[in-house]
Design a protein around this ligand. Structure first.
Ligand code: RUB
Length: 318
């Protein structure tokens, strides 16, 4: 299960920050049950190796290291192998349950920000953002959605299937049509892979230009994100790594081989500055992006005091 989960996350068969986090927690619990070690130290070493393997699968979604950190938290202080094993299994199950509950809570808070008659634009395939839309629809609000294609991996197809199955009227548009349709939209609602201490939101490539178009058209941009999408190490000035994916996702190798002077760039995510974010809906409530530090301190348990070096340059620049 560990190896297959690692491979599925790498190949994007498991994707989306929340699902990646839950899959990693599940894989750690499963690994804890199958590891053969008889000594506590060996067990801890094996589990740490598994944790590192999972964290290395995709670099941007901070939900992944946050979930692994939470699941592994008790392992260093466990006095026996059995205590370490059962601690990991219990923490993983707790994380998975609370993550599912967080999405439900976000849905009910997020639905309040969608009015009857609203046209909502979304990008990529976010479980948290879609949960808000589905909940508003379930409450009987007449809503319509614009969903983007999301080149090059076309996650928009997953989104439109979900919306269609729910019976929500949806327009499917190419990514470059966002500005053309933004004036027909009342609200932009997206998910997040990571949120930095200064409230900048990292999400699927194209989110930042959607935010720019929304800002220009005076359309609110709302982000739906569980608290474990906030990035604690940005307190120290660490930047969130933007994953750059293989060129073949954009241009087939046979075409690329005829274009020796062309280089393909394929970043999977981009950074939307806090200035373009109106609200972040977490399971703890809807907050302005400026409150990101409070979430990191109060809900993830990381604070600046625990580091000996002062933070410097904590901005996530574009
Ligand atoms: O950018 C993506 C997915 O990127 P990819 O397809 O490359 O993983 C999603 O918007 C966020 O992960 C939030 O999703 P969720 O709300 O489901 O966590």
């Amino acid at each position: 299960m560990l190896v297959s989960t690692v491979e599925q996350i790498r190949q994007m068969e498991i994707r989306g920050a929340g699902r990646i986090a839950r899959a990693a927690a599940g894989a750690l619990a499963d690994h804890a049950t199958v590891v053969q070690s008889t000594e506590l130290n060996d067990f801890v070493g094996e589990m740490e190796q598994a944790a590192n393997l999972l964290v290395a699968t995709r670099p941007t979604a901070v939900s992944l290291p946050n979930a692994v950190h939470l699941v592994m938290a008790g392992v260093q202080t466990a006095r026996t192998l059995e205590e370490a094993r059962s601690g990991i299994i219990a923490s993983a199950s707790q994380f998975i349950t609370s993550s599912e509950q967080a999405v439900q809570r976000i849905a009910s808070i997020g639905a309040r920000h969608i009015r009857d008659g609203d046209v909502v634009m979304t990008h990529c395939n976010s479980e948290a953002a879609l949960a808000c839309i589905l909940e508003a629809h379930r409450q009987g609000k007449e809503i319509e959605v614009y969903a983007t294609e999301v080149r090059p991996r076309n996650q928009g197809l997953v989104t439109i299937r979900t919306l269609n199955d729910a019976g929500i009227r949806t327009s499917y548009i190419v990514d470059s049509a966002v500005r053309s349709f933004i004036n027909e939209v009342d609200l932009v609602l997206v998910g997040a892979d990571a949120i930095s201490v200064n409230g900048a939101v990292v999400n699927k490539i194209g989110t930042a230009q959607m935010a720019l178009a929304a800002h220009e058209a005076r359309v609110n941009l709302v982000v739906a994100a569980e608290t474990y999408k906030f990035a604690p190490l940005t307190i120290l000035g660490n930047l969130i790594e933007i994953e750059e994916r293989p060129a073949e996702e954009v241009l087939t190798a046979s075409i690329a081989s005829t274009l020796p002077h062309v280089r393909v760039r394929n970043p999977a995510f981009d950074v939307t500055p806090a200035d373009y974010v109106d609200l972040i809906i977490t399971e703890e409530g809807a907050i302005p992006p400026e409150m990101a530090y409070i979430i990191i301190r109060d809900h993830l348990g990381w604070s600046i005091e625990q580091f000996d070096r002062p933070a410097h340059g904590a901005d996530q620049k574009e």
